[in-house]
Write a protein that binds this ligand. Structure first.
Ligand SMILES: *Cc1c(COP(=O)(O)O)cnc(C)c1O
Length: 392
């Protein structure tokens, strides 16, 4: 088949799935069909819009209930949440932090804000997340333990943390990754920004590492406008996270006493109100997103040049962003598909550029990244909003 007819078949398959009669299909748009107006109006009517109010507590409680984490701490965005997670596990100036080369830049930025140095690890072709096998082989080669701390023999830096990111919402293969982290005395912090509503072996993503971060940016599965959260099963770490994100103020009736350099990273009450309304609809959003993925899967079944990414056998995915991957030998068609779909009002996007190739991170340590490099040039994300499945 010639290139044009391959692209045409892919586009027709996408059109088969999308509801008719719109002239623009965004990659991911939020849906506000619940109590959003009611809760927001209440914030405005009572004046509780900012750093104090009942919705922050309620949102944290509902998040903990939904994810099964012992504690959830709301934060101003996912990047800040991840920064605090890394600080809490002890990442400090000069420490290396192992993470995906194929991730949104926020992962690397959060590491940098703590003074850390991202150290890039290759992906697994099936899960799109970190590959535990190549990670272990690589650490055996470059890492050594001294006094139960891990050091990079090449750079001399301490390797303090491992940050697996659950790519496009698909759960990474967490158990073997945690085994590697344990073996090398490295703390695991999950970047679960994309995976609210995704599970690994029946347990919610973001509840495996010591502490982890979620995002509620406008393009994520639920949104608070901008926002994020920290999850942990360790109450002590959770209390520290709350303290650090709220200027480290020691509670008192009137005194302003702060006992650490804290951060103004709390989520405003008005954002939490939106979040409470969104969380009520989350099971419905996920159900629709999974139905949409099922439709795409069937639609692409007989197009051998692409693979539609489905959830791994060990997990359940929220299908945050549906993903097509051109098979080897067909990656050169990616830009034709991006060009054609976007010109028709079907918003599609390539994967992120590998963080290891961005100017500010290009000198950071990394292992060989053949899978990440293949994915970088072969992935196309396609419209994934829950509202592409009509409500009954
Ligand atoms: C969205 C996202 C973040 C950051 O979240 P913000 O709320 O936008 O700061 C971090 N990591 C990954 C992988 C993300 O997709």
């Amino acid at each position: 088949m010639n290139n044009k007819s391959i692209i045409d078949r892919i586009v027709n398959s996408i059109l088969d799935v999308l509801p008719k009669g719109k002239n623009f299909y965004p990659l991911h748009e939020p849906s506000f069909e619940g109590n959003e107006w009611k809760y927001l109006k209440e914030c405005l009517d009572t004046g509780w819009v900012s750093s104090v109010g009942k919705y922050v507590d309620e949102f944290e409680k509902k998040l903990a209930d939904f994810t099964g984490a012992k504690m959830a701490i709301a934060a101003v965005n996912g990047t800040s949440a991840l920064q605090i997670c890394l600080k809490i596990v002890g990442v400090t100036t000069g420490d290396e932090v192992l993470t995906n080369a194929l991730t949104f830049v926020a992962t690397s930025n959060a590491i940098s804000y703590c003074g850390g140095i991202p150290h890039y690890v290759d992906s697994n072709e099936k899960t799109l997340g970190l590959c535990p096998i190549s990670l272990r082989a690589y650490l055996k080669e470059i890492a050594e333990l001294r006094n139960n701390e891990c050091f990079n023999r090449k750079t001399g830096n301490r390797i303090k943390a491992l940050v697996p990111m659950h790519v496009f919402g698909h759960p990474a293969d967490i158990d073997p990754l945690l085994e590697v982290a344990n073996e090398f005395s490295i703390s695991a912090v999950e970047d679960a920004a994309e995976s609210l509503g995704s599970y690994y072996k029946g347990k919610h993503t973001g509840t495996f590492g010591k502490i982890s971060a979620l995002s509620f940016n406008g393009n994520k599965t639920i949104t608070t406008g901008g926002g994020g959260a920290i999850l942990t099963n360790d109450s002590e770490l959770g209390r520290l996270a709350k303290h650090l994100t709220t200027t480290a103020k020691v509670p008192h009736k009137w005194e302003f006493f702060h006992d650490m350099i804290g951060y103004n990273f709390r989520l405003p009450n008005i954002c939490a109100a939106l979040g409470c309304a969104q969380l009520e609809q989350l099971p419905g959003f996920i159900q629709k997103k999974r139905m949409l993925a099922e439709k795409y899967k069937n639609a692409f079944n007989d197009i051998p040049e692409v693979r539609f990414v489905t959830e791994p056998s060990f997990g359940k995915s929220n299908y945050w962003l549906n993903t097509l991957i051109f098979r080897k030998d067909f990656s050169h068609l990616r830009d034709d598909l991006l060009e054609k779909t976007n010109s028709m009002g079907i918003q599609t996007r390539p994967a992120w550029r590998l963080n290891s190739d961005l100017p500010m991170f290009q000198n950071c340590p990394k292992m060989a990244l053949p899978v990440a490099e293949y994915l970088e040039k072969s992935v196309v994300n396609i419209p994934s909003s829950s509202n592409l499945i009509p409500s009954e």
